[in-house]
Design a protein around this ligand. Structure first.
Ligand SMILES: [Zn+2]
Length: 212
């Protein structure tokens, strides 16, 4: 049934397999999660993808249930090493129920080459430098608040803290992690991957424009 726990888990697995088949992540790469329920007690439960498990064969039984502190409540596999930034996002953004982290190649590569400027008062958080950007295609409106974050160690509290700060700074739905990948968030997993996919589509179009 739409909206049930089973349904939400099935949609999560389906989206992860799609992202893998489209080349957004390698077999064991990226991580994705959904938050359950609307009541405050229930909202502390999160289903997350396991660490390093092949995305091509992911099933509902492979997902891991954690609480907002990152404790494992259910599941046979180890949860993603990026539990800290997933839980941090849910802690700071009450409107968010899904997080999708990929290593989208075009998005990642393009952003590394663009001029960026640090957001005042937020060390390590950058935005595109509009004054210096010379792009063949404008930025689609849903991506206008994109932020870019300085590298932090994978799975670290430092990364989680910076990610949480970025998602509350501009209330953006998409950030790029330099030398790492992309994070999209939304009210459901489909909205989260919408931002990830739109960024990749835009980055591919710009790459093709440069080639032409
Ligand atoms: Zn990653």
């Amino acid at each position: 049934m739409r909206g049930s726990e089973e349904y939400i888990k099935r949609e999560l697995v389906s989206c992860v397999r799609t992202l893998f088949s489209k080349g957004y992540v390698s077999s064991g790469g990226g991580n994705h999660s959904v938050r359950l329920g609307d009541e405050s007690r229930e909202r502390t439960r999160i289903w997350i993808t396991p660490s390093g498990y092949p995305r091509s064969h992911l099933t509902l039984d492979d997902l891991v249930l954690i609480d907002i502190e990152g404790n494992v409540l259910k599941g046979d596999l180890r949860p993603s090493i990026e539990v800290p930034f997933h839980t941090e996002i849910y802690r700071v953004r009450d409107d968010v129920n899904a997080v999708s982290h990929t290593h989208s190649p075009y998005s990642h590569a393009l952003i590394q080459t663009l001029d960026i400027v640090e957001v005042e008062g937020h060390k390590g958080i950058f935005r595109l430098d509009d004054a210096r950007l010379r792009l063949p295609l404008g930025i689609p409106p849903p991506l206008s608040k994109i932020l870019i974050l300085e590298y932090r160690q994978l799975g670290s509290r430092a990364l989680a803290k910076l990610v949480g700060e970025a998602f509350t700074t501009y209330l953006t739905n998409i950030v790029v992690l330099l030398d790492h990948g992309v994070i999209g968030i939304g009210r459901c997993i489909h909205e989260a991957i919408f931002y990830v996919q739109m960024l990749e589509e835009w980055a591919r179009c710009i790459t093709i424009s440069y080639r032409l």
